[in-house]
Design a protein around this ligand. Structure first.
Ligand code: G3H
Ligand code: ZN
Length: 284
């Protein structure tokens, strides 16, 4: 199957009251793990690449690897740019074949965020590409973007309503207490804020920084209307953790396949677990 726009997947998720997993990739094994997990779970899936991943692997590799895996899969796959912070980055992804892009203008004043989001929408809509935007500031580090905890700012529900009315964006990332990377303590999500935002905007809501959020909190977020859930750190931990284990057990091993193969399996296992947790298993 060729890539589907995010809007197609999220429309079904909203109706079916589940969330679609959006998993970060940066190499062949992780792409295979994401699509293999979705296929095994018969789940729709979003493969996403950050600017850092694009820089590392090369945009044509990201698109090529994901397209190859998606074409031989029976489940719908969207290829999404995660946290694009410039108009040029977003355009490069649209031209290269992504079916969905995120313009992250959360560090900008709201009117500027609206303005650039609208420019992105004007370029993306005619070619059938979906657009996610972000309002509020999610703390922590996602690849090349770091937001200091003191600068993190929860999404204002009224501002979310205003933002959506001015843009009509396809998906909205909100800050409700999650953070990118590894949590120091247990994250406390502001569910009342999520419900308030949900009551004011119809747009599908995206939860970032979802690795390390307790399962019960994830389920609650889905019940309260989150439709896309981003996972990166948990995949990194599983993948590199397994590499370390294999190398510790077999210090003489020189065949990369004997290290990366088990790491790919570990990544696939955690992705399958997340898909089941989000309620999207069996939805493709
Ligand atoms: O944009 C990507 C996600 O928000 C990933 O967050 O690394 O905490 O899973 P995470
Ligand atoms: Zn994120």
């Amino acid at each position: 199957m060729s890539f589907v726009p995010l809007t197609d997947l999220l429309k079904e998720a909203v109706q079916g009251k589940y969330a679609v997993g959006a998993f970060n990739c940066n190499n062949m094994e992780i792409v295979q793990a994401i699509i293999g997990a979705a296929e095994a779970e018969k789940a729709p899936v979003i493969v996403q690449a950050s600017q850092g991943a694009i820089k590392y692997a090369g945009i044509n590799y990201i698109v090529g690897l994901t397209r190859l895996a998606a074409e031989s899969a029976s489940v719908p796959v969207a290829l999404h740019l995660d946290h694009g912070t410039s108009f040029d980055q977003v355009m490069q992804c649209i031209r290269s074949g992504f079916s969905s892009v995120m313009f992250d203008g959360s560090k900008l004043p709201v009117e500027e965020n609206i303005n650039i989001t609208n420019q992105v929408l004007a370029a993306a809509r005619p070619v059938g590409v979906s657009v996610e935007a972000e309002l509020g500031k999610i703390g922590g580090t996602e690849d090349d973007i770091t937001v200091d905890e003191r600068d993190a700012m929860l999404t204002d529900p009224d501002e979310a309503k205003y933002f959506v009315s001015k843009t009509g964006v396809d998906a909205l990332a909100v800050a409700i207490g999650t953070a990118h990377g590894i949590y120091k303590g247990e994250p406390k999500l502001d569910f009342a804020r999520l419900t308030n935002i949900r009551s004011l905007v119809d747009t599908p809501i995206v939860l970032h920084g979802s690795s390390g959020v307790p399962d019960e909190a994830i389920k609650e977020a889905v019940t309260r209307g989150v439709s896309k859930i981003n996972i990166d750190t948990n995949i990194r931990e599983a993948f590199t953790g397994r590499c370390r284990e294999v190398m510790a057990q077999k210090p003489e091993e020189i065949d990369p396949r004997k290290i990366l193969g088990p790491a790919r399996e570990a990544a696939m296992d955690i992705i399958r677990e997340k898909i089941r947790l989000f309620g999207s298993s069996g939805k493709a």
